[in-house]
Design a protein around this ligand. Structure first.
Ligand SMILES: [Zn+2]
Length: 372
């Protein structure tokens, strides 16, 4: 495992590559962002909005998938207030919402004056799929990712909505491997083929244990079906410099609140990913499998947007990366797992190429320092 010289990501992150200078593909993408003519991109977005505004009769002009977080506020604000589109927000209901998560989502709908469609897949099925995805792949959040992508596509189809606006292109922003199309024209049409979605075979995961009729919202519509409608799918981050901290201040101006109890264990900011309780353990499993998690994500973002030096990031990551994630009890209860089941699974997915025991404690073989 090698770390990027400029940010704090290790090259064990899927899709991330270090070049001969030791700088990662995500940092190189940030460099390229400085050369982009953002004014002409903003004009392009304006054109798209002009094309779709009012084109769906009395229906919605645009779908914005949301969670209720700071980025959701920003996306919804830009589409509804700046571009004056009739926005339908879509959320996949979290299993265990936090109070702040509920309040922030309500605030978004109220203050930004949009409608919200909630997709609540039946809990028994969601629970089964999450449990399987955890036990087999150590990736319980896989189920929600599927519902989000498929549910948004289905909602756009049913409601004849001509435009879907995702937030950031995870490929460009995080150095993954999303289709190059998105990098060329901001289209997220190929989103369904990206790594996040394909990470594991769905049928292979379920092994026929769940009847098809319970899986409607987990299945992406057939290409031929969805192709009949002219639905344009874009990433807002292609047209507008993506800066989560800027988004937080915008959201805050509408009353958005950060986590009342302060930082979650292992986190470096208190205003991201706190709207539900089960995702923390899911995020931490990335650390076990890939050697990075929340603090790396948070600090890289700060470095890229000029809010933090690498030295500060190294210090911050080292301070919290070995924290144990919050809400383990809730995680165990929700998935009907014992602590023994849980830790057996953790050890099953632990990557021994990057982890070793040191003085009886699991530690990364290669620690992040100021000089690596
Ligand atoms: Zn980097």
């Amino acid at each position: 495992m090698q770390y990027c010289k400029r940010c704090v990501y290790p090259d064990t992150k899927p899709g991330l590559k270090l070049d001969e200078s030791g700088v990662c593909s995500a940092c190189r993408a940030v460099e390229r962002k400085h050369e982009i003519d953002w004014e002409s991109r903003a004009l392009k977005l304006q054109q798209i909005c002009d094309e779709v505004r009012g084109s769906n009769g009395n229906g919605y002009d645009c779908i914005v998938p949301v969670s209720g977080g700071k980025d959701s506020f920003y996306q919804t604000y830009v589409m509804s207030k700046v571009h004056n589109l009739r926005v339908l927000c879509i959320v996949v209901m979290a299993h265990l919402q936090t109070v702040e998560g509920i309040e922030n989502l309500n605030l978004l709908v109220d203050k930004l004056g949009v409608d919200l469609l909630k997709i609540s897949p039946r809990p028994s099925t969601l629970k089964k799929i999450r449990r399987l995805a955890f036990l087999k792949y150590g990736n319980p959040n896989y189920a929600e990712h599927r519902v989000m992508f498929s549910g948004v596509a289905r909602a756009a189809y049913f409601n004849n909505v001509p435009l879907v606006v995702w937030g950031e292109d995870i490929g460009v922003e995080f150095g993954g491997n999303v289709s190059t199309t998105s990098a060329e024209d901001g289209s997220a049409q190929e989103l369904i083929n990206n790594d996040l979605f394909r990470e594991t075979g769905f049928e292979e995961l379920l092994e026929g244990t769940i009847p098809d009729e319970e899986l409607f919202f987990y299945m992406y519509p057939e290409r031929e079906t969805i192709g009949q409608k002219n639905i344009r799918t874009i990433y807002l981050g292609f047209y507008d410099w993506w800066d989560g901290i800027k988004h937080y201040y915008l959201a805050k101006s509408f009353g958005f609140q950060k986590r009342k109890a302060g930082l979650l264990p292992g986190n470096a900011i208190a205003y991201d990913n706190f709207d539900e309780k089960l995702c923390e353990v899911g995020a931490w499993l990335k650390f076990i499998k890939l050697g990075f998690w929340r603090p790396h994500d948070h600090c890289c973002y700060k470095i890229w947007n000029g809010y933090m030096t690498r030295k500060e990031a190294v210090h911050q990551v080292n301070k919290v990366q070995y924290d144990f994630p919050a809400y383990l009890d809730e995680f165990l209860e929700y998935h009907e797992l014992t602590e023994t089941d849980f830790f057996e699974c953790v050890e099953k997915v632990r990557n021994h190429e990057i982890w070793h025991k040191k003085n009886g404690k699991w530690r990364l073989r290669k620690e992040l320092t100021n000089t690596n």
